[in-house]
Design a protein. Structure first.
Length: 290
């Protein structure tokens, strides 16, 4: 059966780092999607390089102490976008390179990244400029990541008015970047918002598919719900993963409701772990009880 994972913050934001990671392991997950580098406004980004890497090493020790692996890490992301000037793009690249060094220190080999949005999420009449800004930026990122043994995974987005949002456009960009360590992270919830057929997206990506963000929504908003909650056909998705021979981790990006009573939370956590194991069996070609 394929391995399963989950974004660390689904647990650590509620329980704290040590207890959250311990619970992730106790619920049967193989690894985590590390979110340390998403928000570069965090104070540890202002630390010296030595102290920054020490902070990262401490997190890694906690993960390994829980018996987990760090399968993928998420790169810097800010909303609303702020990447319109060369100065802003240079600042972003500096933070990305520090995040990549942190990813290497975590002994993690996969780094998920969103495309730049220099004209915000509505870039009508600027599609060419969006492409021309992203291409050399992403090539520089991939080349730097290669020196650290890391594969960058470009993620599809949930923004119908952004020219690099769809899975097809992400694949086109990955092919244009043309680096062996530059692949795709397929976000299932983003496919739903873009009205894309999830299984078709998997088959379209084929060998370019490296990592996953698995969650559900209502087809309109990026809600990060538990799979099998709303609109997506996850059975067809899992079977398509089996068709293409996907061997990665089925990594969840679902979150739990902030008003979920503590007495019910563990039941929902266990339900989520059962859902992803069921999906992993399908994606491995195993028979499952319907």
């Amino acid at each position: 059966m394929l391995k399963t994972g989950i974004t660390d913050r689904s647990y650590t934001n509620y329980y704290g780092v040590e207890e959250g990671l311990r619970r992730i392991a106790s619920h049967g997950y193989y690894g985590v999607d590390c979110q340390l580098f998403v928000d570069t406004a965090q104070p540890y980004f202002e630390l010296s390089e030595e102290d920054f890497l020490a902070y990262v090493e401490n997190y890694k020790k906690n993960v390994h102490a829980a018996g987990l692996k760090i399968y993928q890490a998420h790169g810097p992301w800010r909303y609303p976008p702020k990447d319109s000037t060369p100065e802003e793009q240079a600042e972003r690249m500096e933070k990305i390179k520090r995040s990549l060094r942190g990813t290497a220190a975590l002994e993690c080999k996969r780094f998920v990244y969103h495309p730049l949005m220099p004209f915000t999420t509505h870039d009508e009449d600027h599609e060419r400029e969006t492409w021309e800004i992203n291409l050399p930026f992403l090539q520089e990122m991939a080349d730097y990541a290669a020196t650290l043994g890391i594969t960058v995974c470009l993620e599809n987005m949930p923004m119908p008015d952004f020219s690099l949002a769809s899975t097809a456009k992400i694949l086109e960009m990955v092919q244009a970047v043309d680096r062996p360590n530059f692949k795709v992270c397929l976000d299932t919830g983003h496919c739903a918002v873009m009205k894309e057929d999830l299984a078709d997206c998997v088959r379209m990506l084929g060998g370019y598919l490296e990592t996953l963000h698995i969650h559900d929504n209502d087809g309109r908003r990026d809600l990060h719900l538990l799979p099998y909650s709303k609109t997506l056909d996850f059975d067809a998705f899992a079977k398509a993963l089996h068709e293409i021979g996907f061997q990665g981790v089925l990594s969840l990006e679902s979150v739990f409701g902030i008003h979920l009573p503590k007495a019910l939370r563990e039941q929902e956590e266990l339900l989520l772990s059962e859902k992803i194991r069921y999906m992993a069996k399908l994606a491995s070609g195993e028979e499952v009880q319907k």
